[in-house]
Design a protein around this ligand. Structure first.
Ligand code: XMP
Length: 484
């Protein structure tokens, strides 16, 4: 992990001034980086979860469900599934992510050899698969029947047994086969399906050639040790333990205790409880904006800290409650205990441009979380709607009147809405595919690193220094018309 973050003199001398992204620039330094493409942006989402780009999609109901989390992980980041649904609905979103690129199908669809061929054909068509494994009642593998075996067969009154490829002609492997070995088997035998069986021929899983093609398509994907995409999910205080249990059973990689004011006894207590019960899942906690907030959550056992009180595009906490810390200062201050204890920081909210990603990470964060940048993409929840000849999607704060109204209806069957909502709701222009937003962010961030000569994020933390900028200095840096 990190070298200690160096903070430029200008900022160290004035710790009480709250600075945000537009108040600073990263000072350029000597660099020997030949191309920004060579800069390594691998990072940690949390203590044990490695990801390949420092980008996280926010746990908001207009940002991250399975489609967003799948796309994020395929491109190398991670999504946090929101918690504003039932426990079963949230677990289902996690399950979809974990199955999206699963090279091993744990529970393949099977059939008995006594099934009539016409029923098997109907089953193959209904499930839209290319073939079925044939097993006995103890799940002992007896053969495979594929679409190719049956597509021209006129006599569909016979049983599957008559047309299947019997066990003795099958290529199989053991359930703990490594990915490289499986690829070699597909290559040697030119087969489409590789059943995984134990020494008693009992079926434990299936690998298909088609799934390997998916892996090759997304070379930068962030995966767990079993080759499945990584995913996190949010939990709250009220049903945190119950939600956590179902999410962990479903295979979630990290739980995010996400509370607007994370420097709170209830959050500390929940983090401690979760850490005690779930030793194989990382526990992320937030949101905080101070040294002490980050320190107390780290002491409670948190495996990553989420930083940001009020910087977000649809946040009104600072206006309504009058609290918060400008985001750059919040990251700088929280990064001190985080770097001392090797705990990653997630800079949550307020990112508008790629340059803000560079500044957030230069300040000590390991990743940035965004809602507004990813809302309105094809992968965000909900359909787009057309108004005044343009397409839009909805993006709303979790504490907005709209969101709390919907939650009131769902949870209590009342139309109760917050009287002082700390968030707003907006329509956002439809952006199309996520990669149109995501790839420029990464390119810009790599460019930022190359300007200080940093080959990886650890070096960036060690080398980057900031200069405060005047209003005129900030204005000077904005693209402007050449005709005025
Ligand atoms: P961006 O700027 O990326 O911020 O859209 C996303 C983050 O905003 C936070 N969030 C809220 N903050 N009231 C708030 O004060 C809200 O209603 C609200 N909803 C979301 C959250 O941390 C998210 O990741």
């Amino acid at each position: 992990m990190p070298q200690k973050k160096k903070i430029s003199e200008h900022i160290k001398d004035k710790p009480d001034i709250g600075l945000s992204f537009d108040d600073v620039l990263i000072i350029p330094q000597y660099s020997d980086i030949s191309s920004r493409k060579t800069v390594n942006v691998k990072t940690k989402f949390s203590r044990r979860i490695n990801i390949n780009i420092p980008i996280v999609s926010a746990n908001m109901d207009t940002v991250t469900e399975a489609a967003m989390a799948i796309a994020m992980a395929r491109y190398g980041g991670i999504g946090v599934i929101h918690r504003f649904n039932s426990i079963d609905e949230q677990a289902e979103e996690v399950r979809k992510v974990k199955r999206a690129e699963n090279v091993i199908i744990d529970d393949p669809i099977t059939i008995s050899k006594k099934t009539k061929l016409s029923d098997a054909v109907a089953f193959i068509k209904e499930k839209r698969i290319s073939g079925l494994l044939v097993v006995d009642k103890n799940k002992k593998l007896e053969g495979i029947v594929t679409w190719r075996d049956v597509r021209f067969t006129q006599h569909r009154n016979v049983t599957v047994e008559k047309v299947m490829t019997p066990f003795k002609k099958l290529i199989t492997a053991s359930p703990d086969i490594k990915v490289e070995k499986a690829i070699a088997i597909f290559d040697t035998y030119k087969i489409e399906k590789l059943p995984l069986i134990d020494k008693d021929r009992i079926l434990h899983g299936l690998i298909t050639a088609a799934d390997f093609l998916k892996i090759n398509k997304y070379k930068n994907a962030a995966k767990d040790k079993n080759g499945r995409l990584v995913v996190a999910a949010a939990v709250g205080i009220k049903d945190g333990m119950e939600r956590a249990q179902k999410l962990v059973e479903t295979g979630v990689d990290a739980l995010v205790v996400d509370i607007a004011h994370g420097h709170h006894k209830a959050v500390i207590d929940l983090v401690k409880k979760l850490k005690k019960v779930y030793t194989n899942v990382d526990i992320v906690a937030g949101n905080v904006a101070t040294y002490q907030g980050a320190y107390d959550l780290i002491k409670a056992g948190a495996d990553a800290i989420k930083v940001g009180i009020g910087p977000g595009a649809v946040c009104s906490t600072r206006v309504i409650a009058g609290t918060g810390v400008p985001q750059l200062t919040a990251i700088l201050n929280s990064s001190k205990p985080a770097h001392q204890h090797n705990i990653p920081l997630i800079a949550d909210g307020g990112i508008r441009h790629a340059g803000d990603v560079s500044k957030a990470i230069a300040a000590g964060a390991s990743t940035i979380m965004s809602g507004s940048l990813f809302a309105g993409t094809k992968e965000s929840p909900g359909e787009y709607f057309v108004e005044e000849d343009a397409a839009y999607k909805v993006y709303r704060g979790l504490a907005s009147r709209d969101a709390s109204f919907d939650r009131g209806l769902k949870e209590h069957n009342t139309d109760r809405a917050e009287r002082a909502p700390e968030g707003v709701s907006a329509r956002i222009v439809y952006k199309g595919d996520l990669n149109k937003v995501l790839f420029p962010l990464i390119d810009g961030f790599q460019s930022g690193m190359s300007y200080v000569g940093a080959k990886n994020i650890g070096e960036f933390w060690g080398k980057a220094t900031f200069i405060r900028t005047s209003k005129a200095g900030h204005k000077e840096g904005l693209p402007r018309s050449l005709n005025s």
